[in-house]
Structure formats: C-alpha cells, structure tokens
Design a protein around this ligand. Sequence first.
Ligand code: ATP
Ligand code: MG
Length: 587
Amino acid sequence: MSIIRKTAADFRVAPNFADYERERAAFSWRAALQEVAGAGGRVNLAELAVDRHAGSGLRDKPAFRFLERGCAPRDLSYGELSRLTNRFANVLAGLGVKRGDRVFVIAGRIPELYVAVLGALKNGSIVSPLFSAFGPEPIATRMNLGGGSVLVTTDLLYERKVAKARERMPTLKHVLLVAEDGGTTDLPDTLDLATLMAAASEQCETAPTGPEDMALLHFTSGTTGTPKGAIHVHGAVATHWATGKYALDLHPEDIFWCTADPGWVTGTSYGIIAPLLHGVTSVVDREEFDAERWYAILQDEGVTVWYTAPTAVRMLMKAGAEIPAKYRFPELRFIASVGEPLNPEAVRWGKEVLGLPIHDNWWQTETGGIMIANTPAFDIKPGSMGRPLPGIDAAIAKRNEDGSLTLIDTPDVEGELALRAGWPSMFRGYLNNEERYRKCFAGPNNEWYLTGDLAKRDADGYYWFVGRADDVIKSAGHLIGPFEVESALMEHPAVAEAGVIGKPDPVVGETVKAFVSLKQGYTDSEALRMELLGHARKRLGAAVAPKEIAVLPSLPRTRSGKIMRRLLKARELGLPEGDLSTLEGGA
Ligand code: ATP
Ligand code: MG
C-alpha cells in the first residue's frame, strides 16, 4: 500500500492544521467554546452561526448559494439569513411554540428548510430535519418518537405524505406549509408559511440557551437495525467549529459543498452549521446525484472544499472517466468523505481524476461531529480513516463478560472503537431508550463511549475500520472484516461496489459471500465471477476470500448512502427484512 505523502506543494492555502502533536497538546474544548461563543455561558447554535457574522463585515456575503435545475442560482447573504431566521423564530413564538418544543422540518434542500432549522434554534426549540423522501410511515414513527409539535414542509409533500397520517400524530399542533409554486397555500388545518413570515418582525431576541440545552434530534441511518433518535445540545457548536477548522480546513474565502441532505446528521452539522460558523459560502444543490451535474457544479461554482460520501465517489467512478475529462477543477483544494469506509481505490481515484486525494473521516450520528480524520496535517494511508482530531481521545477496547473494559494498547489488534466521553457534540441520549444509551458507556466512571464499530490502530496511531460489530464474519476461527474483502474486490476494474456477508455454515461457522455491482461497460458472466473470486483469493488468501459471488444491478443502500449488508443477508437467507424505512427507493 502506497502512502500519499503531503508536501508544501499540496497546499495552495496554508492549512489550519499543520502540526498534529502540537495542536492536540495545546487544544482544550473550553478554549474552543470560548473562541466561538465568548465567555458568558450563553450558547445558541443559530446565533453563533448566523448573527455573529450578520453584524460584521460578512453581512452581504452569501451564506448559501441554492442551485436547482432550470433556475438561476439563488444567493442568501448572512444578513438576509439573519433577518429571515428572526422572522421564523417570531412566527414560532407567535404560535406559542416554546423553548424545548420539537419542530420537524421535511423539505427538499430549499432555502426555507435552512431558515426553519436555524430560526427554530433561535427560538430555543429543538429541531429535527427529516429526509423528504421518507414515506408517511417513517415520518409518523419519527414524529411520534420525537413528540413533534410543529411541522414545516411543502404543500406537495404534506398532501402526499402527512395529511392522511395526521390523526396518527397526536402531538402535532401546527403545520406550516411552503407553496412549491412560490405562491401561498390554503390546505385545511395548515398555515401558510409565507403569509406568516411576511407579517412577522425582523427583530428577535434569540433564546438565551446554554451549552447543555437540547438543540437537535437526529435519527441514525438504520444500517444495522431500526433507526435510533439521538439527542444533541447547543454546546455541540464547539465541535462543529473545531472540526470545520481541523478536518475540513475551512477558510473564510472558501466555497464549500457538503453533498449530504440535512435529513442526516452530516447535512446539518456540515451542510448548515460548521460552514456558517466559519463564515464561508456553501453551495446547496436541490437535485439528486447526477455525475455530469456534479462535475459541472464543482467546476462552475468554483468549489474549493468538497465534503461527500463513498457512495457518491463510487457512483462517479462507475460513471467512467470520460465525463470528468470535460471539466476542470482548478479551484478545488481539499476533498473529504464520510459515511462508510473509503476503499483505497477511491482515495487514489481522487488523486488521478480530481487531482487531489480524498480524505476519509469517521463519525456517527451519536458523535455529532467528525472524530477521526485524515487531515492536512499528516500523510494519507489509503484505507485508513485517519487519526483522532484535537480534543478527541480514541482507543481500541474489548468489553469483558463482567462488564468491565480492557483497552488494547498493542498495535494492529482488532477491537471495538471507543471514544473518551465528554466532547461537546456527544449525544445526550437516545429518544425513549435510556437503557440503550447507558449500555454505550463502560470503563471506570463510564468514561468510554463504545461506538459499535470494530477497528484497529497501527503503530503510527492511524485507525483502520474493520466492520460493524454486527457485520463481522466468523469463519474457521478467523474474524473477517467485510471492509477488507470489499476493498480487495473494488480493486478489480469491473467492480463498482461490493457488499460482503457471512452465511451460516455447519463446518466453518460462516462462509463469506460477496455481492457486487459492475462498472459501465462490464456484464455479468460465469467467467467474470470466476475471475473476481480468483482475484480476491490472490489478494486475500483462501481463508478470507469469498467462496461465492453474485452480481446485482446495484446494492441496497440507506438513503444516506450506506450499503445495507443486513438486507443482503436477510434476502440471502430468506429471513425477515426488518425496518426498511431508510432503504433508498423504499416507501
Ligand atoms: P444505525 O446506527 O441505525 O445502524 P448507521 O450507524 O449507519 O445506522 P450513522 O450514524 O448515519 O448510522 O452512521 C455512522 C456509522 O457509519 C458509523 O458507526 C460507521 O459504522 C459508519 N461510518 C461512517 N464513517 C465511516 C468511515 N469513514 N469509515 C468506516 N465507517 C464509517
Ligand atoms: Mg450506528
């Protein structure tokens, strides 16, 4: 495996993070919070993200640039965003919506979503943005779990997904609608948002929330089971700010594009809050993935920092090399990715096609922000998710049967990835599931948060993802991480994506079965499948390589883009498919 070395020539702009050890030693969360929020103890995510800049030289700078097919780009400045979010906070207050009340937002990536999320935070309400592709059932389940009293959505989404299910949402009091045609709406039992906004004042006293006040509810992706609701607080701002600085290298002059939808934690922490905290301009595209369109956005908007996901990278790889050859990305200077392990092949592809390596980073809904990352401060080992950021202590741990925890210091030994509890964006609970929350913590004083992911740390302190604790395959006494097998398959030129499962076997415990989809220009055949099995055996050895392989048109994915191995397995074994609310293309 070849290391991608960093040299001064790799940086057109002096990076925020250059000396790993020194920055970690000097860092404290208290100082970070003070730098972004001051010393008074008052911490409101939206005030810090928006109003801090609206009152400064950034007032007329675009905070967001909204793109939509067939429409001219629409810029929203920090000043306008401040005024609109004030109006929205006043709309809520006028309806009697209070601090701590739950506001759900279901809209595509339209300006009103961003205004509603930030305005609700200003009102001290707790916000939960949901993915607009959810059907009525997943919406009702989440709304009830979160006790939503306000819903902001569009007239079309309301009619399709909420109206009929409304009597099953007993906590829901107010529905505020955005007319998708830009006019007003008058559907029964709803309010027209544009009318309320026009009548609301532009002045507002932001709720004087503190760092421990609840701010956001995010549901997990449902990759391993029923999605869980994670509670986050306003103090998370320190993590959003610090990770924007260290892991995304945000500088004020950047044009930043986070491709995640705010229905997932990435689309809120890094699609809304972190870039605003750094005073940058964010590009927001309303459309779904389209290789040609995405390359055009990188080029035409002059994106400088791009935060995307392995699934998108794999789809770009699948679409072939001809499309990017038509575009130029001279402004692009830093690329990062999150959500799934990033195969070494994809890291190298970035360097070849976009001229830059892709920096993988690791975190989860529960952590609220990036924890372990490849950063400008050190070389990339393709396939590794990097090193813990300043303020984050990570460990490889093993839970013992008596409930105690052993930390594994020896390099290259697999165990559960653990983080020392107490970073500001750590979740403060799972909705209605206190017991499950408690079980995530172990060690003396419960000081370690256990992530449910298996990983290894090498002698240089780099972390390597092995697999979800639930996905690891036990075969003839070996523990096989699906990621290793999938990465080996991805090295074959025909393979676009790979998902690997364990199949029960009376002799060896489990055997490895791989599912792949193919790149443009390749078709399924017995010969190709034999070739892929041979390739994997050569790379991995017979004990680890798959015994069986199947070719699918595409692999089942969550709406946040993660391969659903549990569904591949359930289908293979004829077992119940479980919660499919987050399955892409599902209801
Ligand atoms: P659920 O908890 O409902 O099963 P989920 O864990 O996929 O869903 P998220 O919180 O959206 O929900 O995803 C976090 C998980 O995604 C991590 O725990 C990890 O398994 C995986 N992940 C995220 N980033 C990376 C990465 N860079 N490398 C490997 N895995 C990653
Ligand atoms: Mg999870």
